[in-house]
Design a protein around this ligand. Structure first.
Ligand SMILES: Cc1cc2nc3c(=O)[nH]c(=O)nc-3n(C[C@H](O)[C@H](O)[C@H](O)COP(=O)(O)O)c2cc1C
Length: 434
């Protein structure tokens, strides 16, 4: 969990900074907010106060009832110079949206309100997310100002191209997605850094086994969960390789991507990569059976009422990898099961396949599982059973990585450590960051 100070300036996109606060809070960070007076014409302080649970400062002369403390911190006994205390106490300062006006002030060292003063006084990393009309953004004054900031080590996120917040406007100047801004922040914070140096191999998506040149046997896995795990591992500083089976979603940047189609192709890439990895997250839905023979060309219907398709078992990739695991590697399997015996099946998978963790999800549960944004899972280890309640796949991914972190730190169960009675936890996703 990190202390993030958010500066909000005057522009239509100011309402999106509420979403940034919501995401940062859900990811376990504690957030305080500074606003320029103009920004309050767009979004009131009460909304930020409700989301952060802390007062908002709009002027250097505002009294800060929290005395510079972030949510979860004890306020100091003395009365500090409040407008500076907050930024001194922050681990990162992000200004989103940053207006053209504020960007110009930052570039030239002006300190005429609480947002710009904090930027000048702060020593933590500064992230600036511009949002404005396309002409304002493309104006050479704004471009020079952004270059100055970049040269000074400020991280600029966005803006994106597309429909702008002001009605009827298009072009470059749209505030970057709040989730992307948060990812940049987390990268800088090295909250991320806790997995620095680890190599993580993730499989995502669903394999397709050809029946003929047109048709295949496939499954409904979109790859969302695998990509969320890859992004979460990357945010924590790991080197990540994703073996993506038929994934049509955008893949996070800076991730080594290997695209595959069939179970055999997925197995071959995993074989190559496995020995190098510290953590294997096997989220792909891999076919258990494939047609014995894939027909060249297209099978014809003519004259047939029915057709038998002969299938043969594919190699069990996870068991094969687990058989040659080395000390210290953590292997995480996934079990998508239907109904009441889900946990029994997941526990038997944990034991029979020699895994450290099995993430079980009940695919009969509404709103969770295949090809949706959310998930709800039980994370089983040799001694623990952690229930992660319905949440975004990003939050679920963080919850799963937290369990892996605990195993790596030796405070949880490891393979063969199943003499103890399972401990049951019921958590909202992401209760802690280790
Ligand atoms: C309706 C409206 C929308 C605006 N949207 C933006 C914007 O998206 N980006 C921007 O840089 N300025 C925008 N402005 C202009 C800023 O509000 C103005 O430059 C102001 O001085 C910014 O103050 P601040 O940087 O102290 O918050 C907008 C103004 C109005 C009236």
């Amino acid at each position: 969990m990190s202390r993030i100070l958010l500066g909000v300036t005057g522009g239509i996109a100011a309402y999106k900074s509420l979403e940034f606060v919501r995401l940062a809070d859900a990811a376990g960070h504690s957030v305080r907010v500074l606003q320029t007076p103009t920004s309050r014409r767009f979004v009131g302080s009460a909304s930020f106060e409700a989301l952060t649970g802390a007062p908002v400062l709009v002027s250097e002369f505002d009294e800060d009832p929290a005395r510079g403390a972030f949510p979860g911190q004890q306020p100091p006994g003395h009365r500090p110079l409040h407008h500076l205390e907050l930024v001194h106490n922050a681990e990162l300062y992000v200004i989103a949206p940053a207006s053209a006006n504020t960007i110009a002030k930052l570039a030239h060292g002006l300190a005429d309100n609480v947002v710009t003063t904090a930027a000048l006084a702060g020593q933590c990393p500064l992230v600036v997310a511009p949002a404005m009309n396309a002409n304002m953004y493309e104006h050479s004054a704004t471009q020079v100002n952004l270059t100055l900031l970049r040269e000074r080590g400020v991280t600029i996120v966005g803006p994106d191209a597309g429909k702008l917040a002001s009605r009827g406007e298009h072009g470059v100047g749209r505030l970057a997605d709040p989730a992307v801004i948060l990812e940049e922040c987390e990268q800088l914070l090295g909250a991320s850094g806790s997995w620095h140096g680890l190599r993580v191999l993730v499989t995502a998506g669903g394999t397709r086994e050809p029946i003929d040149s047109v048709r295949f046997l496939g499954n409904r896995s979109s790859g969302r969960m695998g990509l969320a795990l890859a992004a979460a591992a990357h945010r924590r500083g790991a080197d990540v390789t994703v073996v993506a089976a038929n994934v049509a979603l955008p893949v996070p940047e800076n991730i080594d991507l290997r695209r595959v189609c069939t179970a055999a192709e997925l197995a071959a890439v995993c074989e190559q990569e496995f020995a190098k990895c510290d953590v294997l997250l096997m989220a792909a839905a891999v076919a258990d059976f494939r047609p014995v023979e894939a027909v060249e060309g297209k099978l014809k219907k003519a004259g047939r009422d029915r057709m038998l398709l002969e299938l043969e078992a594919t190699t069990d990739v996870l068991s094969a990898l687990a058989a040659r695991r080395s000390t210290g590697q953590i292997l995480v399997g996934f079990a998508a099961e239907h109904g009441e015996h889900m946990l029994d099946y997941a526990r038997s998978k944990l034991e029979s396949k020699n895994l450290d963790v099995v993430v079980a999800n009940d695919i009969s549960s509404p709103g969770a599982g295949f090809d949706v944004e959310d998930n709800e899972v039980v994370v089983l280890t040799g001694a623990d059973e952690v229930h992660l309640e319905l949440a975004s796949k990003r939050e679920i991914a963080d919850g799963i990585l937290d369990v892996v972190t605990r195993l790596r730190q030796g405070s949880g169960a490891t393979v063969g450590d199943d003499g103890r009675a399972p401990v049951r936890h019921c958590l909202r996703a992401l209760p802690t960051r280790l």
